[in-house]
Design a protein around this ligand. Structure first.
Ligand SMILES: Cc1cc2nc3c(=O)[nH]c(=O)nc-3n(C[C@H](O)[C@H](O)[C@H](O)COP(=O)(O)OP(=O)(O)OC[C@H]3O[C@@H](n4cnc5c(N)ncnc54)[C@H](O)[C@@H]3O)c2cc1C
Length: 637
């Protein structure tokens, strides 16, 4: 397998301009002759589909939701980054670029990070033009706030509903194209396989959820924008249906999977209240602008928070990280919270949470100020926990949230399968080993609004193949393979439900491959995952019929993919003998407990190749070169 990142030569400051200059164009009349398939209607997929259709391509968009507006992106709360320097606090494209490279712990490509920073401003303009109601200052300029890992205010927001408002903007643009007949929108379609013809991606197989019918859809290019895979941990902040199937099946068809072990644990989630719970709720990172994180200084102190005097509180992030304080990046804040809880300082059931306290800000600025910034988040917290966060501190704990790994893509967002592009959280992207807050929405929209429309068009310019008909042998073969897989799943008499196996997988993964990892734990987890795979193959209980709507069957198909992906994540974590961003190997840490990177041996992207059922996958390396950002130890103290 050849990993050619297709980076433009010359300085990165000019790289994207240069690439756009190089990409061939297609005349508007010819664009109509091309068909593009987009999987996913989140921010990345909806914006790509709308933009490509606006350019004149024929687009089919597949999503398993009943409405594109229900994509997981709708859940994003806190905001989206852009280097606009409205506050005059010293922000610039250069600074956002450097923060992104450093935040990712020097495990992302410089040119990609620079492009992201460059495009960030245009994203905000486009979204404002689409009517996204970003918060504004008295004078009318857009307001912004800061997020973890940055010392400037560059996060644009719409109260605590930024993702929802951005998605509504993108979906309106999409529906305009549906109305114009340029986008065919197919909902309730579960994409289960990729169709390749002579090694080129030419379509997908999906299951119509209402009827169980399998369909083949073909095109000149396929774009996967199917989101992240945090649900491999079972309980995460992701939408319950978020899955890895589309990218995992593409991986099995030849697309390299990059850095699967780079997964982010978010420090501010509402702790789980019930072992049977299937989803965790995030409290946006923006809350840490005004909330202070603390724990009782005395281990085992069971007094209620208001009974603990100031002098007996430990504001551990402010103490350990005086420069960034409560805005320390997510991996750092999560590790420190877990560590304090393991040392017996944690509060709440099982000592598994820390306080996020707004009383200082409420005293200083008044309740109304907090209400105007975070009112809906506070209401959500109270609805879920029954506790009023205006009156007593929130209780929060880290939870799986985001996946920096995903399908390997080159600078043009093309995977190792020609004609297969991957966008948004589904690719391995610019976040390196750790994603800074508010940069996922930025990346998804950069991919969908600006990058893919240029590069997909550039690829299509040379590839006006004849259309592949739905009864092409490759389509028939893929449909037959999916049908055989469905027929072979489980039985009505099996002893394990999908939910119970998924819960066990989650426990294994969070224990061995969550905030902290160790070689022995990773090896033990590999054996446990193999046992779960066996239980899945031999003892899965699955209700009939398979023909019509069957949510258990949908879960089983996803779980089978998660089990295989979990094996790859553990292998990847084991192979990466360093601590890096969100990947913290206990064997590699400094005397003060900070992550120790190993640039000599691991300054690369690890891209895995599928080699067949039951075979060891092959690990390939794409070396990373830093010419503009000097690799340094990430120090937030
Ligand atoms: C609670 C929460 C808060 C967040 N807050 C922020 C924030 O403030 N700022 C920020 O930058 N980021 C935030 N994020 C991260 C950000 O929301 C996501 O990374 C981003 O929305 C992902 O967008 P996407 O378009 O790549 O994928 P998604 O929005 O996940 O969309 C995936 C789409 O693919 C479809 N799909 C998936 N699999 C299949 C399949 N097999 N067949 C058919 N369709 C499929 C789904 O239907 C969906 O339409 C947050 C995430 C969470 C969970």
């Amino acid at each position: 397998m050849k990993l050619d990142p297709q980076l433009p030569s010359g300085p990165i400051h000019d790289a994207w301009t240069q690439r756009r200059r190089e990409l061939p164009l297609i005349s508007p009349i010819n664009k109509r002759r091309f068909k593009v398939l987009v999987v996913g209607s989140g921010l990345a997929g909806a914006s790509a589909a709308a933009t490509l259709a606006e350019q004149g391509f024929r687009v089919t968009l597949l999503t398993y939701h009943d409405s594109p507006r229900r994509a997981h992106s709708v859940a994003a709360q806190g905001g989206i980054n852009a280097a606009r320097n409205y506050q005059n606090d010293g922000d610039s494209v250069e600074r956002l670029f450097l923060d992104t490279v450093k935040g990712g712990d020097f495990r992302a490509r410089e040119a990609g990070c620079h492009r992201l920073a460059e495009i960030s401003g245009a994203i905000i303009d486009q979204c404002v033009a689409q009517g996204v109601p970003f918060a504004r200052e008295y004078g009318g300029t857009l307001a912004n706030r800061s997020f973890g890992g940055a010392l400037v205010s560059r996060t644009f927001y719409a109260r605590g509903q930024t993702g929802q408002q951005l998605l509504y903007g993108a979906v309106q643009a999409l529906l305009r194209q549906v109305d114009a007949g340029r986008v065919e929108l197919l909902t309730q379609r579960d994409v289960l396989d990729l169709i390749t013809v002579e090694g080129v991606a030419r379509g997908v197989v999906c299951r119509v959820q209402a009827s169980g019918r399998l369909e083949a859809h073909t095109a000149h290019a396929v774009l996967l924008a199917s989101g992240g895979y945090s649900n491999v941990f079972h309980r995460s902040t992701n939408a319950v249906k978020s899955n890895a199937s589309a990218i995992w099946r593409a991986h099995r068809r030849g697309a390299a999977f990059a850095n699967p072990c780079f997964t982010q644990i978010h420090p501010t989630c509402i702790p789980s209240g019930d072992p049977g719970q299937s989803k965790l709720t995030l409290m946006s990172e923006s809350l840490r602008n005004d909330g202070r994180v603390w724990l009782p200084a005395q281990a085992g102190d069971a007094r209620p928070p208001h009974a603990i005097p100031e002098a007996e509180r430990d504001y551990f992030l402010e103490r350990q990280y005086p420069t960034y304080g409560n805005m320390a990046p997510r991996d750092v804040a999560s590790r420190r919270a877990r560590e304090r809880c393991l040392e017996g300082h944690g509060v709440g059931p099982g000592g598994r949470s820390v306080y996020l306290d707004f009383s200082d800000t409420i005293r200083r600025e008044g309740r109304a100020a907090i209400e105007s910034r975070y009112g809906n988040l506070f209401a959500m917290y109270e609805r879920i926990t029954g506790s009023d966060p205006y009156a007593e501190p929130m209780r929060i704990y880290p939870a799986p949230h985001y996946t920096m790994g995903g399908l390997w893509v080159d600078y043009n967002l093309m995977s190792t399968i020609p004609g297969l592009f991957v966008l948004g959280e589904a690719n391995f992207s610019e976040h390196g080993a750790n994603r800074l807050g508010a940069s996922a929405l930025m990346q998804g929209l950069a991919d969908g609004l600006f990058i893919a429309p240029a590069t997909v068009s550039g690829w299509l310019a040379g590839h006006l193949h004849t259309e592949v008909s739905a009864d092409h042998p490759a389509c028939r073969d893929s449909i037959a393979a999916v049908q055989a897989r469905i027929d072979g799943l489980g039985s009505t008499s099996g002893g394990h439900s999908c939910d119970s196996l998924h819960r066990q997988l989650g426990d294994t993964m969070i224990g061995a491959c969550g905030i902290s990892r160790h070689a022995d734990g990773l090896r033990a987890a590999m054996a446990e995952v193999r046992e779960l795979e066996l239980a899945f193959a031999q003892e899965l209980r699955l209700p009939e019929p398979r023909a019509g709507r069957n949510p258990e069957l949908e879960k089983a198909l996803r779980l089978e993919d998660f089990l295989q992906l979990a094996g790859l994540m553990l292998r990847d974590a084991l192979a990466r003998e360093e601590s890096c961003g969100a990947h913290f190997r206990e064997e590699h840490q400094s005397a003060d407990g900070e992550a120790l990177r190993n640039d000599d041996n691991f300054c690369h992207i690890a891209a895995w190749q599928w080699t067949g059922e039951g075979q060891e996958p092959t690990r390939h390396c794409e070396p990373l070169h830093y010419r503009h950002a000097t690799p340094s130890r990430r120090n937030y103290r």
